[in-house]
Ligand binder design. Structure first.
Ligand SMILES: Nc1ncnc2c1ncn2[C@@H]1O[C@H](COP(=O)(O)OP(=O)(O)OP(=O)(O)O)[C@@H](O)[C@H]1O
Ligand SMILES: [Mg+2]
Length: 265
């Protein structure tokens, strides 16, 4: 079960990063059966920036958990970078996930008594091959700098604002240099200005080659993405390119200029 040899068989990176074929995820409890994801077929190529929208309970998080290999489909196929995840053993899947995917949870999931820096170092502890301690620290530091948190690295999460905690969560997802970033409501509970900054960060990462799939309730936020997928009752009911994409960097610059002008007036 050598991951390197499997990877070589799909060399060239020609396979889409995500390929779902007739995928279902059904939750079964004693009384009921919930078909949270129904017969979803979806292909996402490298370099895409996809928003997943839909009402509460439409299956967005269920789909994201499958995409992130945190959960397995009930039926159907999921190919991650050309590899059918159903055929992988637990340890192989864990390795593939660690290498390929960064996951941002809606609730941040940061360790409370642990500094921002140590939170971001954490995924590197599970990397194969092993990343030496000094290298872990250096990479975590660089990643936190890249999300604008150079001055806050020693703070524990409770001493950071919501937007800053969200950035730590994003840095933690990016520190392993994944190919795919999955983010469940990365701007949930943030004010509009902080949301622009977070979307600017994601757009910059996407411009640099990262594939991004994110869940959002807000059309305003989906407007920063390149493609919008809408779910209803577990199914994809719409899937369209976003022709009029917003640019967070441009909006941020305009906001700053307007403020400067107001100060001078
Ligand atoms: N662990 C579970 N066991 C049973 N049913 C579940 C479980 N998790 C989710 N569901 C059900 O599956 C459906 C889809 O839930 P999911 O969390 O994927 O929705 P969502 O689109 O992410 O909603 P929200 O916008 O509120 O986060 C819902 O009907 C939900 O009640
Ligand atoms: Mg959800």
């Amino acid at each position: 079960m050598n991951v390197a040899s499997h990877t070589a068989s799909s060399a060239g990176g020609a396979a889409p990063i995500i390929e779902l074929v007739a995928l279902n995820r059904t939750y079964r409890t004693e009384e009921v059966e919930v078909r949270a994801v129904r017969d979803v077929s979806l292909t996402i190529e490298r370099g895409e920036f996809v928003a997943i929208m839909g009402a509460s309970g439409s299956g967005k998080s269920t789909l994201m958990n499958v995409l992130g290999c945190l959960d397995r489909p009930t039926s159907g196929e999921y190919r991650l970078a050309g590899r059918n995840v159903a055929e992988l053993e637990r340890s192989e899947l864990a390795l593939l996930r660690n290498r390929k995917i960064g996951f941002v949870f809606q609730s941040f999931n940061l360790l409370a008594r642990t500094s921002a820096l140590e939170n971001v170092e954490l995924p590197l502890l599970y990397s194969v091959p092993l990343v030496p301690q000094r290298e872990r620290r250096a990479r975590a530091t660089r990643t936190l700098e890249s999300v604008g948190l150079a001055a806050r690295m020693q703070h524990v999460p409770s001493r950071l604002s919501g937007g800053q905690q969200q950035r730590v969560a994003i840095a933690r997802a990016l520190v392993t240099a994944p190919e795919l970033l999955l983010a469940d409501e990365p701007t949930g509970n943030l004010d509009s200005r902080t949301s622009i900054d977070i979307m600017g960060l994601l757009q910059a990462q996407n411009d640099a080659g990262l594939t991004v799939v994110m869940v959002t309730h807000e059309l305003d936020i989906a407007a920063y993405c390149k493609r919008i997928v809408v779910m209803r009752d577990g199914e994809i009911i719409r899937d369209e390119a976003n022709a009029e994409r917003r640019s967070a960097a441009a909006e941020r610059a305009a906001l700053d200029a307007a403020e400067q002008q107001a100060r001078l007036a």
